[in-house]
Design a protein around this ligand. Structure first.
Ligand SMILES: Cc1cc2nc3c(=O)[nH]c(=O)nc-3n(C[C@H](O)[C@H](O)[C@H](O)COP(=O)(O)OP(=O)(O)OC[C@H]3O[C@@H](n4cnc5c(N)ncnc54)[C@H](O)[C@@H]3O)c2cc1C
Length: 438
């Protein structure tokens, strides 16, 4: 019997569990351990609440979770409740699928002013992540600034501009909906260091800005390269640039009935946040792009900023006794192998890139590495206690574990509490989740 512990129940964790089942069938026992009482990682707490069809991928993970040899062990944090060393002694292989939950800092003066947030915190707030439920951003100012040119920046800008009725069918949490309802934001500036040809936003997500009830996107035509130059772009980027061109061409008459403007400020590198206690402005240096890189021109200007959300990437959290690459912000690994018996997968392995689906081949390839290490004897062929040993530690330490069956009760309670038309009203604190399973 092979005993495998997977730390993290997001896409990477469940794809790895699925791969382990395919590889060893009945000869494997997999424990998927998560610090939260609820599974699925960023599918629940990252993917935008108005993108329910994407969140439906969790049904696939549920299939894996419900099989006999896979178990969900919720509300157990590795590195706090149980150490990595203890797990390693209990299981043949430990796979870290812990994602990249920490915001990468801009490292700019004034970053600690009030109402400046990273996207992990801000997205976690509107998605009901217990760690960020109390964020309480101040949306009473008129000017929001979103830093970054990727899809997370788009998610944030879109959520800030939607009306109540546009959230119908979403699972945005009540505390966020209440604040957004009273928001006074009228300009959302998306700031990016490079230009249209370096855009990371994908066409489907960009095109959503065209259909917002009260907001319209604006691109300065002067920022757009000559149309002939688009021919050299990769097709996805070309489509995105095409959309930016259509934003630039929206006639003023069409904007007249919109109360929110989503303004793209490209070739713009943030320099410092300005404000007393709370942020009020952002100083920016104009850039130009040379060989794909943003280079400062020395020309500076200031834009008003009552709220700032920085969407510039994430770092993984180190775990004691697990080698970590500080510079890259993820576990030190070679193709998913940290050392024999210790592996990583998903964002914890490769950093915050790719789509949900990218984590699937990752999961399968790490299971191949584990199989290789079994074959070569790099993983010692000694009997392991596996889940029996984990349960002993959990009982000794009085940890309140949430099982998959418990999660289904929590899920049912969330569905029952849903406002009309919404799929669920999420619990936003751990205690409430734990109470709901009883
Ligand atoms: C805001 C946002 C929006 C996104 N939208 C999309 C989208 O629309 N479409 C798309 O394809 N992709 C999207 N993505 C990307 C997608 O969410 C990721 O590719 C995917 O979630 C990464 O999976 P993962 O399993 O590596 O990490 P995660 O999903 O982050 O899962 C990590 C899990 O590990 C747990 N964990 C962490 N540390 C510990 C510990 N010490 N002990 C126990 N458990 C721990 C966490 O609680 C979490 O459940 C989005 C990402 C973000 C941030």
């Amino acid at each position: 019997m092979r005993h495998i512990a997977i730390v993290g129940s997001g896409p990477a964790g469940y794809y790895t569990a699925e791969a382990a089942q395919k590889q060893w069938g009945d000869d494997v026992r997999v424990d998927v351990i998560d610090m939260l009482p609820v599974p699925y990682g960023l599918i629940r707490t990252g993917v935008a609440p108005d993108h329910q069809s994407i969140k439906a991928v969790s049904q696939r993970y549920e299939k894996t979770a419900l099989t006999e040899n896979v178990r969900f062990v919720g509300n157990v944090m590795i590195g706090r409740d149980i150490s990595a060393k203890e797990l390693k002694a209990l299981y043949d292989a430990v796979v870290f699928a812990t994602g990249a939950p920490n915001d990468r800092a801009l490292g700019l003066p004034g970053e600690d002013l009030r109402n400046v947030f990273g996207s992990a915190a801000f997205v976690g707030w509107y998605n009901g992540h217990p760690q960020f439920a109390d964020l309480d951003p101040d949306l009473s100012g008129r000017n929001a600034v979103v830093i970054g040119m990727g899809n997370v920046a788009l998610d944030v800008a879109r959520i800030l501009s939607k009306t109540d009725s546009e959230f119908e069918g979403s699972d945005i949490v009540a505390h966020a909906l209440d604040l957004l309802r009273n928001s006074r934001i009228s300009t959302i500036t998306i700031v990016g260091r490079r230009g249209p040809h370096q855009i990371m936003m994908t066409p489907k997500e960009l095109s959503e800005l065209m259909n917002l009830a009260r907001a319209s996107p604006r691109v300065d035509p002067a920022d757009l390269p000559e149309p002939e130059e688009d021919a050299f772009l990769e097709p996805g980027v070309r489509k995105s640039v095409c959309l930016l061109r259509s934003f630039a061409a929206i006639p003023e008459s069409e904007r007249a009935d919109k109360t929110i403007e989503i303004d793209f400020d490209m070739f713009a590198s943030p320099r410092r946040f300005i404000g007393e206690g709370k942020v009020s402005a952002l100083e920016i240096e104009r850039t130009r792009v040379e060989s794909g890189r943003a280079v400062g021109t020395g020309e500076a200007y200031t834009i008003p900023a009552d709220l700032v959300v920085s969407c510039i990437g994430y770092r993984s959290s180190p775990i004691p006794d697990v080698p970590f690459d500080e510079r890259a912000g993820r576990f030190a690994n070679d193709g998913g192998r940290i050392e024999s018996g210790l592996y990583c997968v998903g964002w914890a392995r490769r950093g915050p890139t790719g789509t949900i689906g990218t984590n699937r081949p990752d999961g399968f390839s790490v299971v191949e590495k584990i199989a290789e290490d079994f074959d070569t004897g790099a993983i010692a062929n000694v009997p392991r206690e596996g889940r029996v040993g984990l349960d002993k530690l959990i009982n000794e330490r009085g940890i309140e574990v949430v099982t998959f069956r418990d999660w289904k009760k929590i899920e049912e309670a969330e569905e029952q509490a849903a406002r009309e038309g919404a799929p669920r009203e999420k619990f936003v604190d751990v205690e409430a989740m734990i109470r709901a399973r009883q």
